[in-house]
Design a binder for this molecule. Structure first.
Ligand code: 5GP
Ligand code: ZN
Length: 136
């Protein structure tokens, strides 16, 4: 897509610090570096986000996630990693070309906070929601 910043990176029209590339995917350092080594893995084909992808294109993308993630782990000597893909504005997506954030973690005090608020389990409600998703 002509006005997509990640398509421009893929086309070599704007620079990026690349860490992995093959026919289908590219991985490069996120310009914001939430933690050192923060990398974005993207498909070379333009999709708005994961919700727009079919199983085959998503498989090609995710097949390389552990490959790139392990390279980052070795290089940074991080203790763990968050692997996240934001879909749509409400979920924090700001660049509308599918990307998977690979965020190496060094300590629980890193700048990334993913605090899921735990609720008391309501098993009837869980069964109901699971049924709705299964049947969608
Ligand atoms: P999102 O908020 O959509 O999940 O993530 C988009 C990410 O793209 C942000 O973390 C942002 O720092 C990164 N980003 C935006 N523009 C550029 C750019 O031109 N180059 C690189 N390397 N990263 C970018
Ligand atoms: Zn694009």
């Amino acid at each position: 897509m002509s006005d997509c910043i990640f398509c421009k990176i893929i086309a070599g029209e704007i620079p990026a610090s690349k860490v992995y590339e093959d026919d289908q995917v590219l991985a490069f350092l996120d310009i914001s570096q939430v933690t050192p080594g923060h990398t974005l893995l993207v498909p070379k084909e333009h999709y708005r986000n994961l919700l727009e992808m079919d199983p085959n294109s998503a498989s090609c993308l995710f097949a390389q996630a552990p490959v790139v993630a392990k390279k980052i782990m070795v290089a940074t000597k991080a203790s763990g990693m968050n692997i996240i893909s934001n879909c749509e504005e409400v979920a924090g997506q700001t660049v509308f070309h599918t990307h998977v954030h690979l965020v190496p973690r060094y300590s629980a005090d890193d700048d990334l906070k993913l605090d899921f608020i735990a609720h008391e389990p309501d098993f009837d409600k869980l069964a109901q929601v699971a049924e709705t998703i299964k049947n969608a």
